[in-house]
Design a protein around this ligand. Sequence first.
Ligand SMILES: NC(=O)c1ccc[n+]([C@@H]2O[C@H](COP(=O)([O-])OP(=O)(O)OC[C@H]3O[C@@H](n4cnc5c(N)ncnc54)[C@H](O)[C@@H]3O)[C@@H](O)[C@H]2O)c1
Length: 339
Amino acid sequence: MSKKIRSAILGCGGFAHRHAANLVSLSDEVELIAFCDQNPQNAVTYRETYTNGKAAVFTDHHELIDQVELDLLLIALPPFAHTDEVQLAAEAGINLFIEKPIALTSPQAWSMVKAVESAGVKSQVGFMFRFGEAIEIVKQLLHSGEAGRPGLMTARYFCNALHAPWWREREKSGGQLVEQVIHMIDLMRYLMGEPVSVFSRQENLFHQDVPGYTIEDVSATIYSFANGAMGVVYATNNAIPGKWINDYRLVAEKLTAEFSNANTAQLHFTGADPLLSKSIQSDRNMHLAELLDLIQAIRTGGNTRTPIRDGALSLDMALGAAESAQKRQEVLFSRSESA
Ligand SMILES: NC(=O)c1ccc[n+]([C@@H]2O[C@H](COP(=O)([O-])OP(=O)(O)OC[C@H]3O[C@@H](n4cnc5c(N)ncnc54)[C@H](O)[C@@H]3O)[C@@H](O)[C@H]2O)c1
């Protein structure tokens, strides 16, 4: 058996628990050897919970990267907290998993892409819905041409929670669309291709009295794609408390896909006579699947499904919507940053 992948987690908050548990479940492949959080207690809690007190703990990622020989750094920092960790880790030859959104500005995101691509390390961005079984099947039907040309995709994201205090502040999270609904935006890019323009409206209608709540809680966004296809993303943070609902529909020339989630969909092959319908249902652990895909890329030298370049491109797509809403006009995408 090949050597275990020496791994660390940077950002030991609420969400990294999911990744830590998945990494522990892969203990034949992966060793969790360090945790880093600016709040030492958080790193210690992870050390106790996941490594029985064995892993090293740090409060500064510079020290972590300098002092520990790592093969993989999993970054689950809040969006505003990204600084030079991707660049330093890439220069040190460390492969990366990074949660979305990878940054809050396009220049910062593209500087991460440059660092990762010039170092030649592997990267995976936490857009786990790409690993849903229903998404995989529809992606393949589009890729093979069986579905015909895509024309329309709609996606909704409904929740109702105050989340962490940083989440409510535009300067720290980028807003609901940039921080959260970016999952839907990334799926749209994945299935529909690159956008050419966006028009978005975003308002805070329900949380004006909540101190520090400066992000939108209702948004409606229209993307257009090169071949004339369209995408509609609608979201709110004032729907059903305790529920995080996201679902999507895609209409192509010969296929209509109605997704209940990334693992579950009803497919209608509209080019067939008589009409053929098929149900897809799966309970695949998408967070585990994205880690396994990264591990395979590290082991084989192959590509991951969602390299950091996709993190920057989907961020640009979300930032374009934020700019459109702020200017109240359509925004055209230029790809100058990625050139
Ligand atoms: N893919 C998904 O489904 C999903 C779900 C939830 C969250 N996320 C993403 O995960 C990331 C983290 O979200 P969260 O909900 O865990 O946030 P959180 O606030 O619960 O945790 C963040 C942790 O980072 C630490 N931290 C902050 N700044 C730091 C710094 N400079 N150095 C070291 N540690 C620092 C905090 O002390 C905290 O422990 C976000 O990017 C979020 O969008 C992804």
